[in-house]
Design a protein around this ligand. Structure first.
Ligand code: PEP
Ligand code: MG
Length: 298
């Protein structure tokens, strides 16, 4: 099944009822972009992972070089560069953080830079320079309020050819996405964190792993709300998009772009080509009592 899917990887993921879904790849190293087959670009470049082994901050030049290498490996299809998403489970050696009692509820992602914007400014510089050469989307992580979006857009400055978006991974952001997205080109749902925060189950704690299920109808209801109210393009770049069965459901809910881990890209595309989205009873899925019942329906 995998061999067939890989052979057909470059064909578009058009469902049997005629909907074409963009399938992209999540990148944490340049090699991810080199190895993938059939990706329509990258829907998530995890920059804190890309430079995770650094003791000192990468220079603007070093960043441009890395972002350019990723775009190059993907045939200059659009790449979505996420600004430093540190904190929680992701420390960065060159950006030490104070110890917090609840790191996942503390200074994570964009929140970190309100008090010390220098590293973010360098990164935005590198992103703008890369965007002068190849299609780039920029995306801010862990956004909660409209004030944070306004601040990020001010830091970004002139947008030129850049497409600008935010991650929707905090339930408050999902609920008020229409107001957050007013000046944006897209939003991308981070189902890993959205699931963790919706179910109050730490994504790194195996004792509560069963609770932190991305197919929990409560999470799906938030995703549905985002698709219906965002007013802009809605992508999913969390792990739910890497599971072929869940990817079909996301497409049925109206998500038009999925970003998956490299080896899953051909499989997600193959499953979408077999799917008839009009046959999926999304109302029943959203009304299901739990994730198991959702799986049964799928
Ligand atoms: C997510 O939260 O779903 C996501 C894609 O970001 P990360 O896994 O890097 O937190
Ligand atoms: Mg996240």
């Amino acid at each position: 099944e995998r061999r067939l899917a890989v052979e057909e990887a470059d064909r578009p993921a058009t469902t049997r009822d005629g909907r074409t879904i963009d399938v992209l790849v999540n990148v944490g190293a340049v090699q991810d972009a080199i190895d993938v087959r059939g990706a329509n670009g990258s829907g998530l470049v995890r920059t804190e992972v890309l430079f995770g082994d650094r003791r000192t901050p990468p220079t603007v030049d070093e960043q441009v070089e890395a972002y350019r290498a990723i775009a190059d490996a993907l045939g200059n299809k659009p790449i979505t560069i996420r600004t430093w998403d540190i904190g929680g489970d992701k420390p960065l050696p060159f950006l030490p953080q104070a110890k917090e009692a609840n790191p996942f509820l503390g200074e994570r992602g964009l929140r970190v830079f309100r008090r010390r914007p220098e590293l973010l400014r360098d990164q935005l510089d590198a992103i703008r320079r890369t965007a002068a050469e190849t299609p780039v989307h920029v995306m801010f992580p862990m956004v909660t309020t409209a004030d944070e979006v306004a601040w990020a857009l001010t830091e970004l400055g002139p947008r030129d050819a850049l497409e600008v978006g935010i991650m929707v991974e905090v339930p408050a952001a999902a609920l008020r996405v229409a107001s957050l997205a007013r000046e944006l080109d897209f939003v991308s749902i981070g189902t890993n964190d959205l699931t963790q925060y919706t179910t109050a189950a730490d994504r790194t704690n195996t004792a509560v792993a069963a609770l932190a299920d991305g197919l929990d109808p409560a999470v799906l209801q938030l995703i549905d709300h985002v698709v219906r109210t965002a007013g802009v393009r809605v992508a999913v770049c969390g792990d739910l998009a890497s599971d072929p069965q869940s990817a079909v459901l996301l497409a049925a809910l109206g998500v038009t772009e999925l970003s998956a881990v490299g080896p899953q890209v051909p499989l997600v595309k193959a499953r979408l080509r077999q799917a008839d989205l009009s046959q999926i009873d999304t109302a029943a899925v959203l009304a299901a009592k739990d994730a198991d019942q959702v799986r049964g329906l799928l």
